[in-house]
Write a protein that binds this ligand. Structure first.
Ligand SMILES: [Fe+2]
Ligand SMILES: [Fe+2]
Length: 260
């Protein structure tokens, strides 16, 4: 259905304290609701029909941007693949190197959130928008796992993340405006490049850092799936100059995020 019409949209409320959950139940009673428990908090998934105007979407995008770039990552949907795997003792140099690589991956996931949000905001068809939103949900897991690993490595996310989010959102929105097939082509190319980059990081991580390796292994498998999803949905192949520009921008991001 065209933009601005009645849109079925999945709203996800994560880490909501039980008291708020009760209030939300009252407010949205009668609509289809499913929820589960994640430790001390609740993860609740609400599927409902309502109208989302362009202004609604803009406000939701700003809210998402602030939450993603300034707070802790939302609760993941899947368990951290590092589970109870034990990494070998890392010396200071190895720890800093592993943290630098995981900070790059964390920033990459911030960019993924922004790209998908931008693309969803300007997608021409609901099916494309829903595909973007569902892929972004899986990327939430990646974001959360990278953040957890950064903490374990006594490190922190990049201070430049708000900047990367803003730039990536703009690029995603522009890709969406260009048309759904181009936007899907952009997803396919991005995911292919990320998959290759993760392979590179798996080789560069300290040999004993089994926890980071387990996370990157799962991410790599997921990114390949996202590229396939885009291909199946009708992605167009991007022109070579655009592919090169994407690699160039990603390389700048990587060299900055490794340090700051
Ligand atoms: Fe990802
Ligand atoms: Fe992905």
């Amino acid at each position: 259905m065209a933009e601005g019409g009645c849109t079925r949209q999945r709203v996800i409320i994560r880490s909501t304290p039980p008291v708020l959950l009760a209030l939300l139940n009252l407010t949205i009673g009668g609509r289809r609701v499913a929820y589960g428990s994640t430790g001390a908090h609740y993860t609740k998934i609400v599927a409902m029909d309502r109208n989302f105007s362009k202004i609604d979407r803009l406000i939701a995008s700003i809210d998402e941007a602030l939450r993603i770039t300034t707070g802790e990552a939302p609760a993941p949907f899947r368990q951290n693949p590092a589970g109870d795997i034990t990494s070998a003792e890392l010396d200071e140099q190895q720890r800093r190197h592993a943290a630098g690589l995981m900070r790059i991956n964390h920033t990459g996931e911030i960019c993924a959130q922004a790209l998908y949000a931008g693309q969803a905001a300007t997608a021409h068809h609901d099916a494309t928008r829903e595909a973007m939103q569902s892929a972004a949900e899986e990327e939430i897991d990646h974001l959360s796992w990278c953040e957890e690993r950064l903490k374990e490595l006594d490190s922190r996310p990049s201070v430049l993340n708000p900047l990367w989010y803003a730039g990536s959102f703009a690029i995603g929105a522009a890709a969406g405006i260009a048309g759904d097939d181009w936007s899907l082509g952009f997803v396919k190319e991005t995911e292919n490049q990320v998959e290759a980059h993760l392979e590179d990081h798996l080789e560069k991580l300290p040999a004993g850092d089994a926890r980071s390796q387990a996370i990157l292994d799962q991410m790599k498998a997921d990114e390949a799936k996202h590229a396939e999803m885009a291909e199946d949905a009708g992605a167009r192949d991007l022109p070579e100059p655009i592919r090169r520009a994407m690699t160039f921008t990603a390389n700048i991001m990587k060299s900055l995020a490794y340090r700051v």
